[in-house]
Design a protein around this ligand. Structure first.
Ligand code: C2E
Ligand code: MG
Ligand code: MG
Ligand code: MG
Length: 281
């Protein structure tokens, strides 16, 4: 007997069906079990102020502690989680865990650091997304100003018209919004104009190429100028070399995140990292 699982989803009122290959289906059921067992944990990557070098925030990134495969990175499972809808309960867990962690930091720079949480388009489109975020803030006691929701450009394409209302509602409560991986998706300039975003994260693929690749330099400097004119603060992500850092700083990027400064790390390792920095200063 061959069972073919088809997934039905709606986009702009049109029903779409997609067949999930058997290997993905097996993977999805492992993923579902992992959600039930809370087999995930978060790592946090520092975001620094380019000018002062001070910690301004951390990005929460999910990891899956798999019994046989070891630590599985999100690029290997977010896709299937989105196709199956499992991203919704998973994302709910991430939001709560990240807010609880940030609220538990009550001393030093970490107590003022923002925490950025990646939110998938599907999660944004759940009817009570904004209410859930507010509930989590209330339960964890995290100040709304310390939460940054990171959305990729595709979230705006797929958002029904209430997506924007939801974003407005979150903004009214003081929550910050970041547009992630800018420049690689649809890069719709109307969204950049209309979305009430606070931060613009320049995609790593551009950062990789600079300095030196003239065409990438042209794109990245145009993004920075445009973003600044629209009153976004610009975050350079994926910075690995001093040359990249110098270039991006000179362009006027406000914040920086990348392996040159720190890799994503567990909350415990982050606290040690902060202590080391304080000792060195
Ligand atoms: P992202 O949101 O753009 O996150 C940044 C990614 O770039 C992270 O990969 C981070 O480890 C990596 N990175 C940061 N600095 C550098 C660098 O200097 N060099 C290089 N080579 N890489 C760098 P990670 O943790 O594997 O996450 C990959 C993507 O998975 C994320 O991209 C995000 O789209 C997604 N993701 C991660 N956690 C979550 C989550 O909790 N929910 C959702 N919906 N998506 C998530
Ligand atoms: Mg992100
Ligand atoms: Mg990104
Ligand atoms: Mg990315």
């Amino acid at each position: 007997i061959i069972i073919v699982m088809t997934l039905t989803y709606y986009h702009k009122g049109v029903m779409h069906e997609q067949v999930l290959p058997p290997e993905d289906l097996a993977f999805a059921s492992e993923l579902e079990a992992a959600i039930a067992q809370e087999a995930f944990y978060l790592v946090y990557q520092p975001q620094l102020d380019f000018e002062t070098g001070k910690l301004v925030g951390v990005e929460a990134l999910i990891r899956w502690q798999h019994p046989e495969r070891g630590v599985v990175s999100p690029n290997q499972f977010i896709g299937v989680a989105e196709l199956t809808g499992l991203i919704v309960p998973m994302g709910a867990w991430v939001l709560k865990a990240a807010c609880a962690q940030a609220a538990s930091w009550t001393t030093g720079e970490l107590s003022r650091a923002k925490v950025s949480v990646n939110v998938s388009p599907l999660q944004l489109n759940t009817p009570c997304f904004a209410e859930y975020v507010l509930l989590v803030l209330q339960e964890t006691g995290l100040a709304p100003e310390r939460l940054v929701i990171e959305l990729t450009e595709s979230a705006f394409i797929h958002a029904d018209c209430t997506g924007n209302e939801r974003l407005q509602k979150l903004k009214q409560h003081g929550i910050k919004l970041a547009i992630d991986d800018f420049g690689t998706g649809y890069s719709c300039l109307a969204y950049l104009r209309d979305i009430p975003g606070d931060y613009l994260k320049v995609d790593r693929s551009f950062v990789n190429d600079i300095p030196g690749k003239e065409r990438s330099e042209a794109v990245i400097s145009a993004i920075v100028v445009l973003g600044k004119n629209l009153h976004y603060q610009i975050v350079a992500e994926g910075v690995e070399t001093e040359a990249q850092a110098d270039y991006l700083k000179a362009l006027g990027c406000d914040f920086v995140q990348g392996f040159l400064y720190a890799k994503p790390m567990t909350a415990q390792a982050l606290q040690d990292w902060m202590r080391n920095r304080a000792d060195l200063a």
